[in-house]
Design a binder for this molecule. Structure first.
Ligand SMILES: Nc1nc2c(ncn2[C@@H]2O[C@H](COP(=O)(O)OP(=O)(O)OP(=O)(O)O)[C@@H](O)[C@H]2O)c(=O)[nH]1
Ligand SMILES: [Mg+2]
Ligand SMILES: [Zn+2]
Length: 345
């Protein structure tokens, strides 16, 4: 049962980052699921469970982001007693990282090595503008390309109108209308996994992520919320992140619904998610314009003529403030850590 890893995106560049680790008892593999201390991986010889090597645990002691995550390409090693260990994580091409809490020094890694991040937001109940904007900023920052998926399109009488309305929140981002119930949009989304690519799904609980995974896989691989909830609140059904290889090649990465998504040092992601405002700001008279009462402010002018909504500007200000606070915090932490090292050395 030899597996062709190229169906999961293994290529020459990954092969060359693997080369230094190559030895007769080693094998490259991709993490399907990461649990505490052990990962389910898919390698050329099939699916195995690999426990994390001590060296890896040590290296990640102060930085959990270094621990393997669903989507990671890793080096496994098979021991004479047939035990398999996970020795190293190959450099990530993209990484979806959120801030967990104010106290945490590092973020939480949600997914790795995805080519595209689908922000899945249900049409029913009313999609949440702020959540879409926040998740798109996170998606941009990951280094992957975002796509906005408006799910449960069958719950709207005029889904196209909803799509047009929400496209304004997502400049430069494709918008896909999805109804698994109505078999609409599934093939278009499958396109993002073609050619051995990986699509990660991000969105609130009950958005229909796992239902989409099952439709793409053509099998009930992920449990979905059984009872249709009237208020659309949805309890968490998916409890772990899972990379699901698809029959036609490529893979989709399911994640548990997230409630609070804190942004880390996401200035670049924010600029891309709010490309409309960034573009306007480039035309302000002053380079350091705060878009308040400054003369020659292009953002204020757009607000005035109605091409920019006050809601969107407020949303951008709020997220930017959050990122600034977080960046300052990180700088302080780095300075403290540097000082600490200095004292020791
Ligand atoms: N009307 C309609 N309902 C859908 C559609 N897709 C999913 N649902 C329903 O939405 C509910 C939630 O679906 P899930 O796939 O479990 O949602 P999820 O995003 O995986 O949720 P978590 O795992 O909790 O994050 C289920 O009751 C589905 O039947 C759709 O296309 N149309
Ligand atoms: Mg789910
Ligand atoms: Zn301005």
């Amino acid at each position: 049962m030899s597996q062709d890893l190229s169906r999961l995106g293994w290529d020459d560049s990954l092969a060359s980052s693997y080369r230094p680790f190559d030895r007769p008892d080693a094998e490259p593999a991709r993490v399907l699921r990461a649990d505490r201390g052990v990962c389910t991986v898919l390698g050329e010889s099939g699916v195995t469970r690999a426990s994390l090597a001590g060296s890896l645990l040590l290296a990640a002691a102060n930085d959990p982001v270094k621990l393997p995550c669903a989507g990671d390409w890793v080096v496994t090693r098979r021991w004479p007693d047939r035990r398999v260990t996970l020795e190293a994580v190959l450099p990530r091409r993209t990484a979806l990282i959120r801030r967990t809490s104010d106290k945490d020094a590092t973020g939480q890694l949600l997914a790795a090595n995805m080519d595209t991040v689908a922000v899945v937001e249900p049409i029913h109940p009313e999609p949440d503008d702020a959540r879409i904007e926040r998740l798109l900023a996170l998606a941009w920052e990951s280094g992957a390309k975002p796509v906005l998926v408006l799910s449960k399109a069958d719950t709207s009488a005029d889904p196209e109108a909803v799509a047009r309305q929400f496209a304004e929140l997502a400049p430069g981002v494709p918008v896909v209308l999805l109804s698994v119930r109505g078999r609409k949009g599934i093939d278009q989304i499958r396109g993002y996994a073609e050619g051995g690519r990986t699509l990660a799904l991000l969105g609130r609980s009950g958005a229909g992520k796992s239902t989409l995974v099952n439709a793409l896989a053509g099998a009930a691989v992920m449990p979905v919320q059984a009872i249709r909830d009237a208020d659309g609140k949805g309890r968490h059904t998916t409890a772990y992140r899972n990379l699901v290889p698809l029959p036609g090649g490529g893979a989709v990465l399911d994640t548990p619904g997230i409630r609070g998504v804190g942004l880390l040092d996401t200035a670049e992601g924010l600029d891309r998610a709010f490309a409309d405002i960034a573009e306007l700001a480039a035309h302000c008279r002053y380079g350091d314009c705060r878009h308040g009462a400054e003369p020659g402010c292009a953002v204020a002018a757009a607000l005035e003529n109605g091409s920019l909504s006050a809601r969107r500007l407020a949303s951008w200000r709020k997220l930017r403030h959050e990122v600034e606070v977080e960046s300052a915090r990180q700088r302080a932490r780095q300075a403290a850590a540097g000082g600490h090292r200095h004292r020791r050395g």
